[in-house]
Design a protein. Structure first.
Length: 437
Protein backbone atom coordinates (compact mmCIF):
# COMPACT_ATOMS: atom_id res chain seq x y z
CA UNK A 1 0.00 0.00 0.00
CA UNK A 2 1.09 3.60 -0.49
CA UNK A 3 2.31 5.62 2.48
CA UNK A 4 -0.72 7.95 2.60
CA UNK A 5 -2.97 4.93 3.14
CA UNK A 6 -0.64 3.10 5.53
CA UNK A 7 -0.54 6.20 7.72
CA UNK A 8 -4.27 6.00 8.51
CA UNK A 9 -4.55 5.41 12.25
CA UNK A 10 -7.11 2.61 11.97
CA UNK A 11 -4.67 0.30 10.14
CA UNK A 12 -2.89 -0.20 13.47
CA UNK A 13 -5.69 0.81 15.87
CA UNK A 14 -8.98 -0.64 14.53
CA UNK A 15 -11.08 1.13 17.17
CA UNK A 16 -9.95 4.49 15.78
CA UNK A 17 -10.46 3.71 12.10
CA UNK A 18 -11.57 6.45 9.76
CA UNK A 19 -13.30 6.29 6.39
CA UNK A 20 -11.39 9.41 5.36
CA UNK A 21 -8.84 7.53 3.24
CA UNK A 22 -6.65 9.82 1.17
CA UNK A 23 -5.71 8.52 -2.24
CA UNK A 24 -7.89 5.41 -2.11
CA UNK A 25 -8.88 5.68 -5.78
CA UNK A 26 -5.21 5.85 -6.81
CA UNK A 27 -4.30 2.52 -5.22
CA UNK A 28 -3.87 -0.61 -7.31
CA UNK A 29 -6.97 -2.82 -7.20
CA UNK A 30 -5.27 -5.48 -5.08
CA UNK A 31 -4.36 -2.88 -2.44
CA UNK A 32 -7.90 -1.50 -2.36
CA UNK A 33 -9.24 -4.99 -1.73
CA UNK A 34 -6.68 -5.57 1.01
CA UNK A 35 -7.54 -2.27 2.69
CA UNK A 36 -11.28 -2.96 2.72
CA UNK A 37 -10.60 -6.51 3.92
CA UNK A 38 -8.64 -5.09 6.85
CA UNK A 39 -11.41 -2.57 7.56
CA UNK A 40 -14.16 -5.22 7.67
CA UNK A 41 -12.02 -8.11 8.99
CA UNK A 42 -12.88 -10.17 5.92
CA UNK A 43 -11.71 -13.77 5.79
CA UNK A 44 -9.73 -14.99 2.77
CA UNK A 45 -12.91 -16.68 1.54
CA UNK A 46 -14.85 -13.40 1.83
CA UNK A 47 -12.10 -11.55 -0.01
CA UNK A 48 -12.43 -14.11 -2.77
CA UNK A 49 -16.14 -13.26 -2.97
CA UNK A 50 -15.10 -9.72 -3.85
CA UNK A 51 -12.48 -10.50 -6.44
CA UNK A 52 -13.13 -13.60 -8.48
CA UNK A 53 -15.62 -16.06 -6.99
CA UNK A 54 -18.81 -14.25 -5.95
CA UNK A 55 -22.08 -15.86 -6.96
CA UNK A 56 -21.77 -19.39 -8.30
CA UNK A 57 -23.83 -20.63 -11.22
CA UNK A 58 -25.27 -23.36 -8.98
CA UNK A 59 -26.46 -20.86 -6.38
CA UNK A 60 -27.84 -18.54 -9.06
CA UNK A 61 -29.88 -21.47 -10.39
CA UNK A 62 -31.60 -21.67 -7.00
CA UNK A 63 -32.33 -17.94 -6.80
CA UNK A 64 -34.39 -17.36 -9.98
CA UNK A 65 -35.92 -19.35 -12.83
CA UNK A 66 -34.48 -20.33 -16.22
CA UNK A 67 -30.90 -19.47 -15.30
CA UNK A 68 -28.43 -19.56 -18.21
CA UNK A 69 -25.46 -17.71 -16.72
CA UNK A 70 -24.22 -14.83 -14.59
CA UNK A 71 -24.10 -11.09 -15.28
CA UNK A 72 -21.49 -9.19 -13.29
CA UNK A 73 -21.50 -5.50 -12.29
CA UNK A 74 -18.73 -3.47 -10.63
CA UNK A 75 -18.67 -3.32 -6.83
CA UNK A 76 -17.00 -0.22 -5.42
CA UNK A 77 -16.86 1.50 -2.04
CA UNK A 78 -17.59 5.13 -1.30
CA UNK A 79 -15.21 6.61 1.25
CA UNK A 80 -15.39 9.53 3.72
CA UNK A 81 -18.83 8.75 5.16
CA UNK A 82 -19.53 9.69 8.75
CA UNK A 83 -23.08 8.97 9.92
CA UNK A 84 -24.23 9.76 13.46
CA UNK A 85 -20.58 9.98 14.50
CA UNK A 86 -19.61 6.58 13.05
CA UNK A 87 -17.41 6.06 10.01
CA UNK A 88 -18.52 3.83 7.13
CA UNK A 89 -17.19 2.50 3.87
CA UNK A 90 -20.24 2.20 1.63
CA UNK A 91 -20.44 -0.75 -0.83
CA UNK A 92 -22.09 0.29 -4.10
CA UNK A 93 -22.92 -1.81 -7.17
CA UNK A 94 -23.38 0.42 -10.21
CA UNK A 95 -22.33 0.53 -13.87
CA UNK A 96 -22.54 4.31 -14.34
CA UNK A 97 -19.20 6.17 -14.25
CA UNK A 98 -18.54 8.89 -11.65
CA UNK A 99 -21.30 7.81 -9.22
CA UNK A 100 -18.97 6.35 -6.57
CA UNK A 101 -16.39 9.11 -6.91
CA UNK A 102 -19.00 11.86 -6.71
CA UNK A 103 -20.63 10.26 -3.66
CA UNK A 104 -17.26 9.99 -1.89
CA UNK A 105 -16.45 13.61 -2.63
CA UNK A 106 -19.80 14.82 -1.33
CA UNK A 107 -19.33 12.78 1.85
CA UNK A 108 -15.96 14.50 2.32
CA UNK A 109 -17.65 17.93 2.16
CA UNK A 110 -20.37 16.88 4.60
CA UNK A 111 -17.72 15.48 6.93
CA UNK A 112 -16.41 19.05 7.33
CA UNK A 113 -19.78 19.99 8.80
CA UNK A 114 -19.99 17.08 11.26
CA UNK A 115 -21.19 14.31 8.98
CA UNK A 116 -24.70 13.05 8.33
CA UNK A 117 -27.39 12.82 10.99
CA UNK A 118 -30.07 10.20 10.43
CA UNK A 119 -33.20 8.71 11.93
CA UNK A 120 -35.89 6.27 10.84
CA UNK A 121 -39.45 5.18 11.54
CA UNK A 122 -40.53 1.83 12.91
CA UNK A 123 -40.53 -0.78 10.09
CA UNK A 124 -44.26 -0.62 9.34
CA UNK A 125 -45.45 -2.05 6.03
CA UNK A 126 -48.94 -1.82 4.55
CA UNK A 127 -50.84 -4.71 3.02
CA UNK A 128 -54.00 -4.09 1.03
CA UNK A 129 -57.10 -6.28 0.74
CA UNK A 130 -59.58 -5.28 -1.98
CA UNK A 131 -63.30 -6.07 -1.43
CA UNK A 132 -65.86 -5.64 -4.21
CA UNK A 133 -69.56 -6.42 -4.77
CA UNK A 134 -70.80 -5.25 -1.38
CA UNK A 135 -74.28 -3.72 -1.07
CA UNK A 136 -73.04 -0.79 1.00
CA UNK A 137 -69.32 0.02 1.26
CA UNK A 138 -69.66 1.98 4.50
CA UNK A 139 -71.79 -0.67 6.19
CA UNK A 140 -69.25 -3.31 5.17
CA UNK A 141 -66.47 -1.14 6.59
CA UNK A 142 -68.38 -0.91 9.88
CA UNK A 143 -68.68 -4.69 10.11
CA UNK A 144 -64.93 -5.09 9.53
CA UNK A 145 -64.20 -2.46 12.18
CA UNK A 146 -66.30 -4.36 14.70
CA UNK A 147 -64.07 -7.40 14.11
CA UNK A 148 -60.83 -5.38 14.04
CA UNK A 149 -59.28 -6.76 17.25
CA UNK A 150 -60.18 -10.34 16.38
CA UNK A 151 -58.66 -9.97 12.91
CA UNK A 152 -55.41 -8.55 14.33
CA UNK A 153 -55.23 -11.37 16.86
CA UNK A 154 -55.80 -13.96 14.13
CA UNK A 155 -53.04 -12.44 12.01
CA UNK A 156 -50.48 -12.49 14.82
CA UNK A 157 -49.92 -16.23 14.84
CA UNK A 158 -47.40 -17.08 17.55
CA UNK A 159 -45.63 -19.46 15.17
CA UNK A 160 -44.71 -16.56 12.83
CA UNK A 161 -40.99 -15.79 12.88
CA UNK A 162 -41.70 -12.06 12.68
CA UNK A 163 -44.11 -12.24 15.63
CA UNK A 164 -41.48 -14.16 17.61
CA UNK A 165 -39.01 -11.34 16.88
CA UNK A 166 -41.41 -8.74 18.30
CA UNK A 167 -43.16 -7.75 15.07
CA UNK A 168 -46.62 -8.45 13.75
CA UNK A 169 -49.82 -6.67 12.72
CA UNK A 170 -50.17 -3.38 14.61
CA UNK A 171 -53.32 -1.89 13.10
CA UNK A 172 -56.13 -2.33 10.61
CA UNK A 173 -57.46 0.64 8.58
CA UNK A 174 -60.45 1.07 6.27
CA UNK A 175 -60.40 3.02 3.01
CA UNK A 176 -63.67 3.19 1.02
CA UNK A 177 -63.12 4.03 -2.66
CA UNK A 178 -66.45 5.20 -4.03
CA UNK A 179 -65.41 6.52 -7.46
CA UNK A 180 -63.44 3.95 -9.47
CA UNK A 181 -63.81 2.64 -13.01
CA UNK A 182 -64.83 -0.72 -11.51
CA UNK A 183 -67.41 0.74 -9.13
CA UNK A 184 -67.30 1.23 -5.34
CA UNK A 185 -64.88 -0.92 -3.35
CA UNK A 186 -63.56 -1.22 0.18
CA UNK A 187 -59.79 -1.42 0.79
CA UNK A 188 -58.58 -2.82 4.10
CA UNK A 189 -55.06 -1.80 5.09
CA UNK A 190 -53.09 -4.20 7.26
CA UNK A 191 -50.31 -2.28 9.04
CA UNK A 192 -47.54 -4.70 9.99
CA UNK A 193 -44.24 -4.33 11.84
CA UNK A 194 -41.80 -6.53 9.91
CA UNK A 195 -38.74 -5.93 12.12
CA UNK A 196 -35.50 -6.62 10.18
CA UNK A 197 -37.25 -8.15 7.17
CA UNK A 198 -38.21 -6.09 4.14
CA UNK A 199 -41.51 -7.84 4.77
CA UNK A 200 -43.10 -8.43 1.36
CA UNK A 201 -43.64 -12.15 1.87
CA UNK A 202 -44.85 -11.74 5.44
CA UNK A 203 -47.35 -9.01 4.55
CA UNK A 204 -48.65 -10.90 1.52
CA UNK A 205 -49.11 -14.03 3.64
CA UNK A 206 -51.14 -12.15 6.24
CA UNK A 207 -53.31 -10.55 3.55
CA UNK A 208 -54.05 -13.93 2.01
CA UNK A 209 -54.72 -15.42 5.43
CA UNK A 210 -57.27 -12.72 6.35
CA UNK A 211 -58.90 -12.47 2.91
CA UNK A 212 -61.50 -15.25 3.30
CA UNK A 213 -62.47 -14.08 6.78
CA UNK A 214 -62.96 -10.49 5.60
CA UNK A 215 -64.99 -11.74 2.63
CA UNK A 216 -67.27 -13.55 5.06
CA UNK A 217 -67.61 -10.49 7.32
CA UNK A 218 -68.44 -8.10 4.47
CA UNK A 219 -70.42 -10.46 2.26
CA UNK A 220 -68.32 -9.17 -0.64
CA UNK A 221 -65.77 -10.60 -3.05
CA UNK A 222 -62.10 -10.32 -2.13
CA UNK A 223 -59.79 -9.83 -5.12
CA UNK A 224 -56.29 -8.42 -4.53
CA UNK A 225 -54.36 -9.25 -1.35
CA UNK A 226 -50.89 -7.72 -1.59
CA UNK A 227 -48.47 -5.29 0.02
CA UNK A 228 -48.06 -1.67 -1.05
CA UNK A 229 -44.63 -0.40 -2.05
CA UNK A 230 -45.62 3.11 -0.99
CA UNK A 231 -44.09 2.59 2.45
CA UNK A 232 -44.86 6.02 3.86
CA UNK A 233 -45.04 4.58 7.40
CA UNK A 234 -41.48 3.27 7.02
CA UNK A 235 -39.35 6.25 6.12
CA UNK A 236 -35.72 7.16 6.72
CA UNK A 237 -34.43 10.68 7.27
CA UNK A 238 -30.97 12.16 6.76
CA UNK A 239 -29.65 15.70 7.12
CA UNK A 240 -26.32 17.45 6.76
CA UNK A 241 -24.49 20.78 6.93
CA UNK A 242 -21.69 21.83 4.59
CA UNK A 243 -19.64 24.84 5.68
CA UNK A 244 -19.50 27.60 3.07
CA UNK A 245 -15.70 27.42 3.09
CA UNK A 246 -15.75 23.72 2.21
CA UNK A 247 -17.90 24.48 -0.84
CA UNK A 248 -15.64 27.28 -2.02
CA UNK A 249 -17.79 30.13 -0.74
CA UNK A 250 -21.44 31.08 -0.13
CA UNK A 251 -22.03 31.66 -3.85
CA UNK A 252 -21.67 27.94 -4.55
CA UNK A 253 -24.18 27.15 -1.83
CA UNK A 254 -26.57 29.72 -3.25
CA UNK A 255 -26.28 28.08 -6.67
CA UNK A 256 -27.12 24.69 -5.13
CA UNK A 257 -30.17 26.14 -3.37
CA UNK A 258 -31.36 27.76 -6.59
CA UNK A 259 -30.88 24.52 -8.54
CA UNK A 260 -32.79 22.61 -5.85
CA UNK A 261 -35.64 25.15 -6.01
CA UNK A 262 -35.96 24.39 -9.73
CA UNK A 263 -36.50 20.69 -8.92
CA UNK A 264 -39.05 21.50 -6.22
CA UNK A 265 -41.12 23.56 -8.65
CA UNK A 266 -40.82 21.68 -11.94
CA UNK A 267 -41.56 17.96 -12.49
CA UNK A 268 -39.37 17.75 -15.61
CA UNK A 269 -36.35 18.85 -13.57
CA UNK A 270 -37.48 16.84 -10.52
CA UNK A 271 -37.37 13.60 -12.51
CA UNK A 272 -33.67 14.04 -13.31
CA UNK A 273 -32.90 15.49 -9.87
CA UNK A 274 -34.47 12.45 -8.19
CA UNK A 275 -32.74 10.05 -10.57
CA UNK A 276 -29.49 11.38 -9.13
CA UNK A 277 -30.70 10.65 -5.60
CA UNK A 278 -31.58 7.09 -6.61
CA UNK A 279 -28.17 6.58 -8.29
CA UNK A 280 -26.68 6.25 -4.82
CA UNK A 281 -29.55 4.58 -3.02
CA UNK A 282 -30.09 1.91 -5.67
CA UNK A 283 -26.37 1.10 -5.74
CA UNK A 284 -26.33 0.31 -2.01
CA UNK A 285 -29.57 -1.67 -2.30
CA UNK A 286 -28.11 -3.83 -5.07
CA UNK A 287 -24.85 -4.34 -3.17
CA UNK A 288 -26.72 -5.53 -0.06
CA UNK A 289 -29.17 -7.76 -1.94
CA UNK A 290 -32.21 -5.55 -1.38
CA UNK A 291 -35.08 -4.83 -3.76
CA UNK A 292 -34.08 -1.61 -5.53
CA UNK A 293 -37.22 -1.72 -7.70
CA UNK A 294 -39.42 -1.55 -4.60
CA UNK A 295 -37.30 1.31 -3.32
CA UNK A 296 -37.72 3.21 -6.61
CA UNK A 297 -41.49 2.64 -6.66
CA UNK A 298 -42.00 3.92 -3.13
CA UNK A 299 -39.66 6.89 -3.44
CA UNK A 300 -41.16 8.21 -6.67
CA UNK A 301 -44.73 7.63 -5.49
CA UNK A 302 -43.98 9.57 -2.30
CA UNK A 303 -42.46 12.41 -4.35
CA UNK A 304 -45.82 12.75 -6.13
CA UNK A 305 -48.06 11.94 -3.17
CA UNK A 306 -49.61 15.41 -2.86
CA UNK A 307 -50.73 15.71 -6.45
CA UNK A 308 -47.56 17.19 -7.94
CA UNK A 309 -44.27 15.38 -8.54
CA UNK A 310 -41.46 17.19 -6.75
CA UNK A 311 -37.95 16.87 -5.33
CA UNK A 312 -37.03 14.13 -2.87
CA UNK A 313 -34.56 16.48 -1.11
CA UNK A 314 -34.51 20.00 0.35
CA UNK A 315 -31.55 22.43 0.40
CA UNK A 316 -31.20 25.83 2.08
CA UNK A 317 -28.58 28.25 3.44
CA UNK A 318 -28.31 29.67 6.95
CA UNK A 319 -27.28 33.20 7.95
CA UNK A 320 -23.59 32.23 7.80
CA UNK A 321 -23.82 30.97 4.22
CA UNK A 322 -23.50 27.32 5.25
CA UNK A 323 -25.48 24.84 3.18
CA UNK A 324 -28.03 22.52 4.77
CA UNK A 325 -29.76 19.55 3.18
CA UNK A 326 -32.32 16.94 4.16
CA UNK A 327 -34.16 13.93 2.81
CA UNK A 328 -37.21 12.11 4.20
CA UNK A 329 -38.06 9.12 2.03
CA UNK A 330 -39.86 5.74 2.12
CA UNK A 331 -37.15 3.14 2.57
CA UNK A 332 -38.10 -0.49 3.12
CA UNK A 333 -35.02 -2.71 3.27
CA UNK A 334 -34.27 -5.94 5.05
CA UNK A 335 -31.32 -7.82 6.46
CA UNK A 336 -32.65 -11.27 7.31
CA UNK A 337 -34.02 -12.76 4.11
CA UNK A 338 -33.96 -12.72 0.32
CA UNK A 339 -30.77 -12.10 -1.63
CA UNK A 340 -29.26 -10.40 1.42
CA UNK A 341 -28.88 -13.89 2.88
CA UNK A 342 -28.57 -16.00 -0.26
CA UNK A 343 -26.05 -13.95 -2.29
CA UNK A 344 -22.44 -14.32 -1.04
CA UNK A 345 -21.49 -10.90 -2.38
CA UNK A 346 -24.37 -9.26 -0.51
CA UNK A 347 -23.21 -10.91 2.71
CA UNK A 348 -19.73 -9.45 2.24
CA UNK A 349 -21.20 -6.01 1.49
CA UNK A 350 -23.22 -6.19 4.70
CA UNK A 351 -20.08 -7.09 6.64
CA UNK A 352 -18.25 -4.07 5.19
CA UNK A 353 -21.12 -1.95 6.57
CA UNK A 354 -20.79 -3.64 9.96
CA UNK A 355 -23.83 -5.92 9.56
CA UNK A 356 -26.42 -3.28 10.50
CA UNK A 357 -30.04 -4.10 11.29
CA UNK A 358 -32.75 -2.96 8.89
CA UNK A 359 -33.33 0.51 10.36
CA UNK A 360 -29.64 1.55 10.48
CA UNK A 361 -29.23 0.19 6.94
CA UNK A 362 -32.14 2.34 5.77
CA UNK A 363 -30.55 5.38 7.40
CA UNK A 364 -27.23 4.68 5.69
CA UNK A 365 -28.98 4.45 2.33
CA UNK A 366 -30.82 7.74 2.96
CA UNK A 367 -27.49 9.45 3.75
CA UNK A 368 -26.01 8.07 0.52
CA UNK A 369 -28.97 9.44 -1.47
CA UNK A 370 -28.49 12.88 0.05
CA UNK A 371 -24.74 12.77 -0.68
CA UNK A 372 -25.32 11.75 -4.28
CA UNK A 373 -27.78 14.61 -4.73
CA UNK A 374 -25.31 17.10 -3.25
CA UNK A 375 -22.61 15.94 -5.65
CA UNK A 376 -24.86 16.37 -8.68
CA UNK A 377 -26.16 19.78 -7.62
CA UNK A 378 -22.67 21.06 -6.88
CA UNK A 379 -21.43 19.94 -10.28
CA UNK A 380 -24.42 21.50 -12.03
CA UNK A 381 -24.05 24.77 -10.15
CA UNK A 382 -20.30 25.07 -10.88
CA UNK A 383 -18.42 23.43 -13.75
CA UNK A 384 -21.37 21.48 -15.14
CA UNK A 385 -22.20 17.80 -14.87
CA UNK A 386 -20.17 16.64 -17.86
CA UNK A 387 -16.64 17.56 -16.79
CA UNK A 388 -15.99 14.67 -14.41
CA UNK A 389 -18.49 12.37 -16.06
CA UNK A 390 -16.89 12.59 -19.49
CA UNK A 391 -13.48 11.56 -18.17
CA UNK A 392 -15.02 8.38 -16.79
CA UNK A 393 -16.99 7.94 -20.00
CA UNK A 394 -13.74 8.23 -21.96
CA UNK A 395 -12.29 5.38 -19.89
CA UNK A 396 -15.24 3.19 -20.80
CA UNK A 397 -14.82 4.04 -24.48
CA UNK A 398 -11.11 3.24 -24.35
CA UNK A 399 -11.94 -0.11 -22.79
CA UNK A 400 -14.64 -0.79 -25.40
CA UNK A 401 -12.13 0.06 -28.14
CA UNK A 402 -9.86 -2.71 -26.92
CA UNK A 403 -7.21 -0.67 -25.09
CA UNK A 404 -5.10 -2.76 -22.72
CA UNK A 405 -4.98 -1.44 -19.13
CA UNK A 406 -1.58 0.25 -19.54
CA UNK A 407 -2.80 2.30 -22.53
CA UNK A 408 -6.18 3.42 -21.16
CA UNK A 409 -4.86 6.56 -19.37
CA UNK A 410 -3.06 7.71 -22.53
CA UNK A 411 -6.09 7.14 -24.77
CA UNK A 412 -8.29 9.02 -22.28
CA UNK A 413 -5.85 11.93 -22.03
CA UNK A 414 -5.72 12.38 -25.81
CA UNK A 415 -9.50 12.25 -26.24
CA UNK A 416 -10.04 14.80 -23.47
CA UNK A 417 -7.33 17.10 -24.84
CA UNK A 418 -8.91 16.94 -28.28
CA UNK A 419 -12.44 17.14 -26.86
CA UNK A 420 -13.29 14.20 -29.13
CA UNK A 421 -14.71 11.63 -26.73
CA UNK A 422 -16.06 9.16 -29.28
CA UNK A 423 -15.78 5.42 -29.70
CA UNK A 424 -14.51 5.82 -33.25
CA UNK A 425 -11.70 8.10 -32.09
CA UNK A 426 -10.82 5.70 -29.28
CA UNK A 427 -10.51 2.84 -31.77
CA UNK A 428 -8.14 4.88 -33.98
CA UNK A 429 -5.99 5.85 -31.02
CA UNK A 430 -5.78 2.28 -29.77
CA UNK A 431 -4.72 1.04 -33.22
CA UNK A 432 -2.09 3.76 -33.48
CA UNK A 433 -0.69 3.14 -30.01
CA UNK A 434 -0.64 -0.64 -30.40
CA UNK A 435 1.19 -0.18 -33.73
CA UNK A 436 3.98 1.91 -32.23
CA UNK A 437 7.45 0.36 -31.95
Amino acid sequence: MTDDVRDNTWTTLPNLRSSRITGFHKLPLVDRVALVAAWAALSPHEQAMLTYEGLSLERADQMIENVIGLYALPLGVATNFQINGQDYLIPMVVEEPSVVAACSNAARLVREGGGFHTSSDEPLMIGQIQILDVDNVYAAAGRVWEQREALIEAANDSTSSIVRRGGGVRDLELHPLMQTSAGPMLIVHIVMDTRDAMGANAVNSVCEQLGPRIAQITGGRVLLRILSNLTDRRRAQASCRVPAAALGGPAVGRGIVEAAAFAEADPYRAATHNKGVMNGMDAVCIATGNDWRALEAGAHAYAGLHGRYTSMTRWWQDDFGDLHGSIDIPLAVGTVSGATRSHPGAQVAMKILGNPDARPLAEIIAAVGLAQNLAALRALATEGIQRGHMEMHARQLALAAGAPPDLIPEVVAVMIQENRIRLERAKVLVEEMLGRP
